[in-house]
Design a protein around this ligand. Structure first.
Ligand code: UD1
Length: 368
C-alpha cells in the first residue's frame, strides 16, 4: 500500500495538488498525507482555496510563514525533515513525496525527502525560463535534479530534461494538472458572475495581476507600469486583484492613489472561483504570473505577460499569450490590437484535457 506525502505551500500549489489528491485517493490501496508548509498563510491566499477546490484540510500544517528566500526555504527544509522522521518512527513511513510547481516550499520539501531516502516525484517538471535571477527558476532546476520521476506539462519540458541528461524512463509527458482544476470548476466559476457583481461590462474590461519582484520591487518600474495602466484605463475598465507584496509596494511608492484616480478597480486577492469567473468574461489579462498564462490559453482570452521570458513557451507558440519585453509602449500597442480584433487566436496544447492527474496517479501507483 504506497504512502504518498503530498506537499503544498503557496497559492499556485493548491490548484495543482487538488486533482492529484483526488486521483491518488481514488487508486485502490494508495494512502496520502497532505502537508501544508504555510508559506502562504493569509485566509485569502490559502484557506479559501481549500474550501473552493474541495481539498481536505492539511493532515500536517507547518506554519513556516514569510521570510527571506534562504530563511523561508530553510524553515521548510527543517520542519519537513522532522515530519518525515516522525512518520517513519510511528511506523507510517512515506514511500514517495509528490511536489508541484516551483515555489520555495517545492524545493525545500524535495530536498528534505531525498536526503532521507524518500524518492520525489515532481509535477510540472522541466519548465525553464533560462533566467536565473528568478527564484522560481532556481527552484525548478534544483527540484528536477533531485527528483526521480518527472511529470511534464508541455513538450519543451521533455526536451529541457533530456538536454540535462535525464533518462527516458524518468520522463512522463502527462499534461497539465492546473488545467484539470480549471476545467473541473469552470461551470461553477461562470455561475459566480463576478463581473456582473462588480458592474464590469462583459468582454470590455481587462484583469491585471502583478507580483514578481522584477516588476513591483523598484519604484521606477512600478511607476512606469502604473503610467501604462492609466493609459489603458482610458480604453478599458481594469480590475486589479492585488497580491499582498504588490499592495505594500504600491503604498510605499505612493502609487495607489494614481490607480484609484484612473478608475482602476482595486480588489483584494480573490478566491479561485472569483478569479476564474473574472478572467473568463474579460477582454484580456495583463499579468506577470506563470499559471495565468496557461489558464488564459485554455479560456481563449488574450494574455499580455509583463516578463522578458516564459518557462511556458507553448502558451506563446500555440496559445493566446504574448510576452511584453522592453519598453511598455508595446503593451499599449497590443491592447490596441486586441481592441481592434487584430490579436491572434490560440489553440489548446495536447493533454491539457482535464485528465492529467489521473495519468499521474496511475503511473505513481504502478511504480511505488
Ligand atoms: C510566491 C512564489 C511565486 C508564486 C506566488 C503566488 C516563491 C519563490 N514564490 O511568491 O512563485 O507565483 O507565491 O502568489 O516561492 N504575504 C502575505 N501573506 C501570505 C503570504 C505572503 O502577506 O499569506 C506577503 C509577505 O509580506 C511576504 C510576501 O507576501 O513576504 C511574499 O510572499 P512569498 O511567499 O515569499 O512569495 P510570493 O511573492 O507570494
Amino acid at each position: 500500500m504506497p504512502h504518498f506525502a503530498c506537499i503544498v505551500g503557496a497559492r499556485p500549489n493548491f490548484m495543482k495538488m487538488a486533482p492529484l489528491l483526488r486521483a491518488l485517493d481514488a487508486q485502490p490501496g494508495a494512502r496520502t498525507t497532505l502537508i501544508h508548509t504555510g508559506q502562504h498563510y493569509d485566509a485569502n491566499l490559502s484557506d479559501v482555496f481549500f474550501e473552493q477546490l474541495g481539498m481536505r484540510r492539511p493532515d500536517v500544517a507547518l506554519e513556516v510563514g514569510s521570510g527571506k528566500q534562504g530563511a523561508q526555504t530553510a524553515k521548510v527544509l527543517e520542519r519537513i525533515e522532522g515530519v518525515i522522521e516522525d512518520f517513519s518512527t510511528e511506523g507510517r513511513p512515506f514511500d514517495r513525496m509528490v511536489v508541484v510547481g516551483d515555489v520555495n516550499s517545492t524545493l525545500a520539501a524535495a530536498l528534505a525527502a531525498v536526503k532521507l531516502g524518500v524518492p520525489v516525484a515532481h509535477v510540472e517538471a522541466g519548465l525553464r525560463s533560462f533566467d536565473r535571477t528568478m527564484p522560481e527558476e532556481i527552484n525548478r532546476i534544483m527540484t528536477d535534479a533531485i527528483s526521480d520521476q518527472l511529470y511534464v506539462s508541455e513538450p519543451v519540458g521533455m526536451e529541457n530534461l533530456r538536454r540535462e541528461g535525464r533518462s527516458e524512463d524518468q520522463l512522463f509527458h502527462v499534461g497539465n494538472v492546473m488545467i484539470d482544476t480549471l476545467l473541473h470548476l469552470l461551470p461553477a466559476a461562470r455561475d459566480r458572475n463576478l463581473a456582473g457583481e462588480y458592474g464590469l461590462p462583459r468582454r470590455q474590461y481587462a484583469v491585471v495581476t502583478l507580483h514578481r519582484p522584477s516588476n513591483v520591487d523598484s519604484p521606477e518600474r512600478l511607476g512606469e507600469l502604473v503610467d501604462c495602466l492609466r493609459t489603458i484605463a482610458r480604453k478599458w475598465k481594469l480590475a486589479f486583484p492585488i497580491h499582498p507584496r504588490t499592495e505594500k509596494k504600491l503604498q510605499e511608492f505612493g502609487q495607489l492613489p494614481r490607480l484609484q484616480e484612473a478608475g482602476v478597480k482595486l480588489l483584494p486577492p480573490l478566491g479561485y472561483l472569483e478569479f476564474v469567473s473574472l478572467v473568463a468574461a474579460s477582454r484580456a489579462v495583463i499579468t506577470d504570473s506563470g499559471g495565468i498564462q496557461e489558464e488564459t490559453t485554455v479560456l481563449g482570452v488574450p494574455c499580455l505577460t509583463l516578463r522578458p521570458n516564459t518557462e511556458r513557451p507553448i502558451t506563446t507558440e500555440l496559445g493566446t499569450n504574448t510576452l511584453v519585453d522592453g519598453p511598455l509602449g508595446r503593451l499599449v500597442e497590443l491592447v490596441d490590437d486586441v481592441d481592434a480584433s487584430r490579436y491572434k487566436e490560440g489553440r489548446i496544447p495536447e493533454f491539457w484535457d482535464g485528465r492529467a492527474a489521473e495519468r499521474i496517479a496511475r503511473l505513481l501507483c504502478r511504480s511505488s
